[in-house]
Design a protein around this ligand. Structure first.
Ligand SMILES: [Zn+2]
Ligand SMILES: [Zn+2]
Length: 124
């Protein structure tokens, strides 16, 4: 059972089983939410993820919920009404991010032109 937490430790999570997929996201909204040139998500069935602590939710566009620690602001998850029953957790919130290996890039064309990762993964 993998686990993770925010920077201050107030908000924790644990996941059951294996992720459905792992992907880099280059979209402008994720880049802004994390203030980073790229994000990496680990996708799970919503029912396999258990949070403890106070989670704040920001609706960044219709049907999209971005959640973060109410105390320190660390972004933890992304949920969209287009994929109900799933949740995307930020790779680097995990205690052992090295456990999960990215399989693809999404919104690659929307990324910062000077930023790329040296790999042969599919770019969507
Ligand atoms: Zn926190
Ligand atoms: Zn994104």
């Amino acid at each position: 059972m993998a686990s993770g937490h925010c920077l201050c430790g107030q908000l924790k999570f644990a996941v059951e089983g294996d992720p459905r997929w792992v992907a880099y996201c280059h979209c402008a909204s994720c880049r802004r939410h994390t203030a980073s040139p790229v994000s990496c998500f680990v996708n799970f069935d919503l029912g396999h993820v258990h949070f403890s602590g106070k989670r704040s939710i920001y609706v960044s566009s219709p049907g999209v919920k971005r959640s973060f620690c109410a105390t320190c602001g660390t972004p933890l998850a992304y949920e969209t009404a287009k994929r109900t029953g799933e949740i995307d957790l930020y790779l680097n919130a995990f205690d052992h991010p090295e456990t999960f290996t990215p399989q693809k890039h999404v919104f690659h064309a929307e990324g910062i032109p000077w930023f790329d990762v040296r790999d042969d993964l599919p770019r969507e």
